[in-house]
Design a protein. Structure first.
Lengths: 334, 323
């Protein structure tokens, strides 16, 4: 297992290298001169030439790529064109906001999705089964921005139960330690702030959880249906085991591999910036960060944002791969 | 004579499909005495497995349902017992082994976990004793390296070993009745003989009554004392194994015996019973075997014979007239 993990980690190196090449190529394939973008259309040719030189844009492409790679490896992601801030220091708070939101959304999706799927399979063709699967179908088809707007209209505007926007109230500032506010507020013993952070999380988390919940529920149902028909489930019944344990212990562990795959992919997607959800709920995550950068043609920020998002996606898949072995002993790591 | 432990009286089990009610088991009677090995023989589709699943209360429901008769375990009718009562009986009093050893064990739990499960459910043993009991069981069914096997997974074992594990699981709570549904069908011949020997040995040592369900009369001859022959959801002949082999009194049984290959016979072609088991419910009147019978008479097409006789019963006009 350990040697497999190390091997698998080493195999990530070419993947990550390929990723940097693609990100680099995409940015350079965009038509237009960055210097012109920075200086504006009225810049003199001399100024453009000077800026090109100072940015290293007059070098051959491969030299530019290696400079870029060297910078990434030493943690220099460059500075934002918009406000000259260091991207490396800006990216973590945004990423933390996304991680917090995605984590809560995934917890909702896994708990609700798996249970709905299990009960649907267990009570196949029951009213619950039909209702759950119709809701799941609506869930996967619902445009998230529309669901988000509906939530805001119902729970913030009409009922006034929950805040509609942002990570905190405008008047409150959470002292960042880890930048995961749920943890920071607890570390500082600010329970009122903790509750406020939770209240801000609810609506965007539900919106973000909708699609993964539906996908997980459908996958769990079909995987469980297959397992529940198998001979070893009959064996478990013949031993006198209670149906609840047969379903939740013996069947679920067998049905879990495809569910785990879906959970892994969905987690990767969510962490990769839920741009729509973050934009609608004003959530200062990595998605919103990149979205704003795109509006300002802030290439270094876009480039770094995409790089971080892809890196996370690759890592989540790597972890999912390692987890398979926990659920199925037939999967051998060599 | 020892006491009757399980008695099936007029059991009727039907499947309710889109095409209406299909009677898979149609009023069968038999009983099993303590410590006895009873064989139930018949072709595929004659209702053997449905009978065993009915006894265990494991019919897939819907569509399967017991629509009549009684299943008496120690005098208690369990044909419509509550699920909680059945859970107490299953594994503990009545255990079952299945046809497919390759798929009957859960692939993601160790042999040890699966072996101790029934014991854990029915007798609350401390963890230490649980392990030594599991080891003991594996030794009892003739598996070497018992201690290591407990930590292994089903895919690391051969088919024969898995069936031994299944038997160990079934025997783990000292059941009074063991139902073995085609336990050797999926195994190759040498392993078949070993498994049958093992079951006969366990029967002698533990006095567990065994209901051996098979399509193979050879298997029955090897281990059973009494045999019930089923055809299309009904019992057609019942009696002592020797009696039935020497004097089959139903053409179906006779056909089954004649279709066993004989090593010393010079015949070129093996006898077969023509046709196949009719679809349940497709024959509305007369003897169900009439279309396939070599001795069919006129009245067989209109009247259904009853099961008659004392120790050797049969359901055929031919032999009723002789008697």
């Amino acid at each position: 297992m350990l040697s497999y993990s190390v091997k698998r980690l080493l195999m990530l190196v070419p993947v990550l290298l390929g990723m940097t090449i693609i990100v680099f190529a995409i940015i350079h394939a965009i038509p237009g001169n960055p210097a012109l973008t920075i200086l504006g259309t009225k810049a003199t040719p001399e100024a453009i030439h000077n800026l090109n030189q100072s940015l290293g844009l007059d070098q051959p492409l491969y030299v530019q790529y290696f400079t870029y790679l060297k910078n990434i490896l030493s943690g220099h992601l460059g500075t934002s064109i918009q406000d000259n801030t260091s991207i490396a220091s800006e990216i973590w708070p945004h990423l933390a906001a996304t991680i917090e939101l995605s984590f809560v959304a995934m917890v909702i999706a896994v708990v609700v999705g798996i249970n709905a799927g299990i009960i649907s399979a267990w009570k196949q063709n029951s009213v619950f089964d039909y209702a759950a699967m119709i809701i799941a179908l609506i869930g996967v088809s619902m445009p998230i921005f529309w669901l988000g707007l509906l939530e805001q209209w119902a729970f913030s505007v009409k009922l006034n139960w929950l805040p509609s926007i942002g990570r905190t109230d405008i008047i409150t500032t959470v002292q960042p330690i880890t930048n995961l506010y749920l943890i920071d507020t607890l570390l500082e013993g600010q329970f009122a702030q903790f509750w406020m952070v939770v209240r801000h999380l609810i609506l965007p988390a539900i919106a973000l959880a909708t699609i993964p919940t539906a996908i997980i529920a459908r996958m769990t149902r079909s995987s469980m249906l297959e397992v529940l028909k198998s001979d070893y489930i009959r064996t478990a019944k013949a031993k006198g085991e209670h149906m609840f344990w047969i379903v939740y212990k013996y069947a679920l562990k067998n049905a879990f591999i495809p569910i785990l795959t879906v959970i892994g992919l969905q987690t990767g997607l969510l962490l990769g910036g839920a741009i729509l959800t973050e934009t609608i709920f004003g959530w200062p995550g990595i998605g919103l960060y990149v979205y704003n950068a795109i509006q300002y043609r802030d290439y270094p920020v876009i480039q770094s944002g995409i790089l971080v998002i892809s890196f996370i996606f690759v890592m989540v898949n790597f972890i999912t791969d390692l987890l398979y072995g926990l659920f199925d002993p037939r999967i051998k790591y060599r | 004579m020892s006491e009757t432990i399980l008695e099936v009286k007029g059991l009727k089990t039907s499947f309710f499909t889109d095409d209406g009610e299909v009677p898979a088991v149609d009023g069968i009677n038999f009983s099993v005495n303590e410590g006895e090995i009873l064989g139930i023989v018949g072709e595929s589709g004659c209702g053997k497995s449905v009978t065993s699943l009915s006894i265990m209360g494991l019919l897939p429901s819907p569509p399967g349902k017991i629509v009549g008769g009684q299943i008496l375990y120690k005098g208690e009718d369990i044909s419509h017992a509550k699920e909680s009562r059945m859970r107490k009986l299953r594994g503990n009093d009545i255990a079952m082994i299945f046809q497919e050893p390759m798929t009957s064990l859960n692939p993601v739990f160790t042999i040890g976990e699966q072996l101790t499960e029934a014991i854990r459910l029915h007798n609350h043993l401390p963890k230490k004793e649980l392990e030594s009991r599991a080891e003991e069981l594996l030794k009892m069914v003739g598996l070497p390296r018992a201690r290591e096997l407990l930590k292994e997974y089903p895919h690391e074992l051969s088919g024969g070993m898995r069936q031994r594990v299944m038997i160990a699981i079934a025997m783990s709570c000292d059941p009074k009745v063991l139902i073995a549904d085609e336990p050797t069908t999926a195994l190759d011949v040498t392993i078949q003989a070993q498994i049958l020997d093992l079951m006969a040995k366990l029967n002698r040592e533990t006095h567990t009554a065994i209901i051996l369900i098979t399509h193979d009369l050879g298997v029955v001859a090897q281990v059973c004392k009494r045999v019930v022959v089923m055809y299309a959801g009904k019992v057609v002949e019942e009696g002592d194994v020797r009696d039935i082999f020497n004097h089959p009194s139903h053409p179906y049984t006779e056909g089954l015996i004649r279709s066993i290959p004989d090593l010393y016979s010079k015949k070129e072609k093996l006898y077969t019973i023509k046709g196949s088991v009719p679809k349940p419910g497709s024959i509305k009147q007369g003897c169900l075997f009439a279309p396939r019978c070599d001795y069919v008479m006129d009245k067989c097409w209109t009247n259904a014979p009853e099961l008659v006789g004392d120790s050797h019963k049969s359901r055929c006009f031919l032999h009723q007239e002789q008697a």
